[in-house]
Design a protein around this ligand. Structure first.
Ligand code: SF4
Ligand code: FE2
Length: 632
């Protein structure tokens, strides 16, 4: 077999070859044209914050410019750039959370958006001390939504969800002044402090970044997850399939791509509409086949079992199959390259969000007030496009993998109930998992998350890291494009137990779970925060004491930088497979990979080789076990 160049995934390789044959450019071609990345940018040594610059600092000490025109040092420039990346990532996840809170605020009994999980809503209402007795559930929902919306701009106080952390963690945040205030305020403060002539203290800028990052994980992202569950249902385990082989030759193929479930949930309903199904028959198709890409795929597969077409690096390849009638997008991780690419095929590229218009795409604004109607109009466009498919250009790869997805914290607890002795223990807790970790049957847990990045062979970082971890009895939880890599590689099937170490395989069998658990989209990393907080409380320790680690082997976005920072600030060591643009400053590198541990009990590690990273993560887990006096 030909050597795989771009990806460990055979489907990706096949379609990349089709692209070459047809003279179609993909991200890998553009990366080649880019040649060597700019050395200044790579190390973070470039500043273009004001018009006296741009300024770039020589990486060699004593040679060339050592300061910007304003006098900013390399440390300050890099710290400002890093803080801005964190602010951008936090803004992105949080604006998603805000949108979902608005949707809950407009939910009505006879509307398009309804409350699906009353229990989750009532629990949150109690947590936030909202009156629930003798009140209409929708009145409660609207009050809870309003409180959430106020989290973005409240003038006083700290974030409500920070209270979910164990007491020890809250003290760490308190002591170090990292308890986050209003979400928008933290983001605005960073934009202000990083303006020319404002904050010029590298250490303080990293500190500000850490505080803002909590507004992502424990703020906007957590609001996104909680409110999506209330509106669309708490995920439960479901069967699905993953990879571009989920496309159907004889059906209208629609791909939903992006992030917010408010659009994709309506698309799921619209694709089942009898009139549109009838229309599909009339145009010669056997049905409508909806599948997902990137985090939108995670949202709809977790709640409906909708099939996963692929992850970030496969978005162009989906169009290259020639079998996709429409690719419908909302926000984030959408390559602008889709616009010229779709012109080479019959595929309609439809943008729906006022926040993400793309030149060359067809914009059909998704109006939440008439959500289902908007979704039906979009599906109709796709169905009518079926007749334009050029069968000579069609190539749908055969490969797809089976996966079980949908492991919300609630779902994990109910799986664990299978091993609870109801005479002795009450169910509905993570205690069996804590017991397995304490006894050493499972050595620890790892969250493997994040994007794809053409700097890493596609999916290689994710899959190799996960395989190595489960082989060593470390249970893996995953979200985002990492989760899709795992699904495609078969790591989310129950048969994957045979790849796990003896202890983990036994637990998976007893509890009936795969060794790699799909916990959702990137905003759902907030589920992992809830999981580790509950585990820490059960073991009566801080999160940073747990034998738990995190990794983003193929990260690429500002969102990932924000996530990595809030995971570390929450007390979890995090491994990055791609070097962040900070290496031009010894001070920043030292804070991130060393001193952060003295402040928040965790730090970043950078290791591009997933096998080495796995070994380091396992060693760290064992160190934590030893410190806790857990079984060796
Ligand atoms: Fe140059 Fe300072 Fe302006 Fe940055 S802020 S571009 S370092 S003068
Ligand atoms: Fe994502």
């Amino acid at each position: 077999m030909e050597e795989k160049i771009y990806s460990i995934d055979p489907v990706t390789e096949e379609l990349a070859r089709k692209a070459e044959k047809e003279g179609i450019e993909t991200l890998w071609d553009r990366k080649k044209v880019m040649k060597t990345p700019c050395g200044f940018g790579e190390q973070g040594l470039c500043c273009r914050i004001c018009a006296m610059g741009p300024c770039r600092i020589s990486p060699t000490e004593g040679k060339g410019a050592q300061k910007g025109i304003c006098g900013a040092t390399a440390d300050v420039i890099i710290a400002r750039n890093l803080a801005r990346m964190i602010a951008a990532g936090t803004a992105t996840h949080s604006d998603h959370g805000r949108d979902i809170a608005h949707v809950l605020h407009m939910a009505k009994r006879d509307g398009n958006y309804k409350i699906t999980d009353e229990k989750k809503l009532l629990n949150l209402a109690k947590e936030w001390e909202v009156e629930i007795e003798n009140r209409d559930i929708y009145d409660i929902a609207h009050e809870v939504a309003e409180i959430a919306l106020n989290e973005f701009g409240k003038p006083f106080g700290t974030l409500r969800f920070l209270e979910r952390a164990p007491e020890q963690r809250k003290s760490v945040w308190e002591k170090n002044d990292i308890r986050t205030g209003a979400i928008d305020k933290e983001i605005a403060t960073i934009m202000h402090s990083t303006h020319i002539g404002c904050c010029a203290d590298a250490k303080d800028l990293v500190h500000k970044g850490m505080r803002a990052s909590l507004a992502d994980g424990w703020g906007g992202s957590m609001i996104g997850t909680e409110f999506s569950d209330i509106l669309f249902g708490v995920p439960v385990p479901r069967e699905t399939e993953a990879n571009l082989g989920v496309l159907e030759e004889d059906q209208v193929n629609i791909i939903v791509h992006g992030h917010e479930p408010s659009l994709s949930e309506m698309m799921v309903l619209a694709a089942e509409d009898p009139e549109l199904l009838q229309l599909a028959k009339e145009v010669g198709a056997k049905g409508i086949n909806l599948s997902g890409m990137c985090c939108t795929a995670n949202e709809v597969t977790m709640r409906h079992g909708v099939k996963i077409a692929g992850n970030l690096n496969q978005q162009e390849l989906a169009v290259l199959t020639g079998a996709v009638e429409a690719i419908i997008v909302d926000v984030q991780c959408i390559f602008p390259a889709l616009a010229p690419l779709t012109k080479c095929y019959h595929t309609k590229f439809i943008t729906t969000s006022p926040k993400a218009k793309i030149t060359g795409a067809t914009h059909m604004e998704f109006e939440e007030e008439k959500a289902l109607q908007s979704a039906k109009e979009i599906v109709r466009e796709a169905v009518l496009n079926f007749k334009n498919r050029d069968t000579k250009k069609v190539f749908i790869p055969k490969t797809k993998s089976h996966a079980v997805v949908g492991y919300s914290v609630e779902a994990i607890k109910s799986q664990l109930d299978r091993v609870v002795n109801s005479q002795l223990d009450e169910g509905g807790t993570l205690k069996p998992l804590a017991d397995c970790i304490a006894s050493g049957v499972i050595r620890g847990a790892a969250g493997v998350v994040g994007c794809n990045n053409p700097k890493v062979k596609h999916d290689y970082g994710h899959v190799e890291l996960m395989k190595e971890l489960i082989k060593n009895d470390v249970i893996v939880v995953t979200t985002g494009c990492a989760a899709q890599a795992a699904a495609k590689a078969g790591l989310m099937s129950k048969e994957a137990r045979k790849l796990a170490g003896k202890g983990l395989a036994k637990v998976c069998e007893l509890v009936d779970i795969p060794p790699v658990l799909h916990m959702g989209s990137c905003v759902d990393i907030s589920r992992i925060l809830v999981l580790v907080s509950e585990l820490a409380k059960l073991l009566k320790v801080d999160i940073s004491d747990l034998p738990v680690v995190g990794a983003a082997p193929e990260w690429m976005s500002e969102k990932a930088i924000a996530i990595g920072t809030y995971v570390v600030t929450s007390g979890i060591d995090t491994w990055l497979g791609v070097v962040p643009p900070v290496t031009g400053s010894d001070i920043i590198v030292d804070i991130l990979t060393n001193k952060a541990e003295d402040i928040v009990g965790a730090k970043f590690h950078v290791e591009p080789d997933p096998h080495k990273a796995a070994q380091q993560m396992i060693e760290r887990i064992e160190e934590k076990r030893e410190a806790l006096g857990l079984a060796t």
